[in-house]
Design a protein around this ligand. Structure first.
Ligand SMILES: C[S@@+](CC[C@H](N)C(=O)[O-])C[C@H]1O[C@@H](n2cnc3c(N)ncnc32)[C@H](O)[C@@H]1O
Length: 236
């Protein structure tokens, strides 16, 4: 039984490494297509908590009736974020992802009223400006995944006064990306387009895929949840 569990852990770690090291976006999305059926089982083994943490972060500040709030889940994958938000009373979800296989699994959950395939970071988001009460992007803003150029788009499609919640990893292989992301987040704040509401640093974000990436030999990598509020008076 223990041998079986450790074999599953090794397989989950191998899959994560594969998608992180994909040579280009098309190849990476094909890997996600092939992983979709076992994605949730594998991230459970890796103790991946980002969807739960992001949902709790948004719910802790969201004012007004949650049942009326329209939420965009960017890089929705199989729908773990909507699942966590539904448990907190949200029920109107649109989802975007580049992988057909992941979108098919999200569709089977029956939680999303709209799901679209979209190459993030390469094209504008297929949504009107100022449309969503909240926009979340969980588990996809990192080196080898979606470029930070998608972030102004997350802001654009959010309603004035609405929230943008994002996550990133905090391990060695993602430090440069995290720095670039932080600079962009700060720049948008300096321009008065949004305000930082919360930054939650989490030490045990998920199990590391290799010992050298774990924080202080803990076996885990750390990560961050960012929550911003779009300036109510902003005109787009
Ligand atoms: C680690 S999964 C996260 C899924 C979900 N948000 C979660 O937390 O479980 C990353 C997702 O990003 C999508 N993705 C990665 N790069 C993408 C890109 N350039 N364009 C669109 N989707 C992308 C993948 O298909 C995958 O579903």
């Amino acid at each position: 039984m223990a041998a079986c569990r450790s074999q599953s852990l090794v397989q989950a770690q191998r899959r994560i490494s594969e998608v992180r090291n994909g040579t280009d976006t098309e190849q990476q999305l094909r890997l996600y297509d092939g992983w979709a059926a076992e994605y949730e089982q594998d991230v459970t083994i890796l103790l991946y908590q980002a969807p739960k943490l992001a949902a709790s972060c948004l719910a802790s500040v969201f004012q007004g009736p949650r049942a009326d709030a329209l939420v965009l889940d960017v890089a929705c994958g199989t729908g773990l974020v909507a699942q966590e938000l539904q448990a907190k009373g949200f029920c109107r979800f649109h989802g975007l992802d580049g992988s057909r296989g992941m979108l098919d699994h999200a569709c089977r959950k029956g939680l999303y009223q709209e799901l679209k395939q979209c190459m993030l970071g390469q094209e504008a988001l297929p949504a009107s400006s100022g449309f969503y009460n909240a926009v979340l992007m969980v588990g996809a803003l990192s080196e080898g995944h979606v470029p930070t150029s998608v972030i102004p788009e997350l802001l654009r499609v959010t309603k004035p006064g609405g929230f943008v919640c994002m996550t990133t990893r905090d391990d060695q292989s993602n430090l440069k990306y995290k720095r670039r992301m932080q600079k962009l987040l700060d720049d948008l704040e300096r321009r008065g387009l949004w305000e930082k509401i919360r930054v939650q640093e989490v030490e045990q974000w998920e199990r590391a895929t290799a010992e050298q990436e774990a924080t202080g030999g803990s076996g885990y990598i750390s990560g961050v949840v960012y929550l911003y509020q779009k300036t109510p008076s902003v005109g787009f």
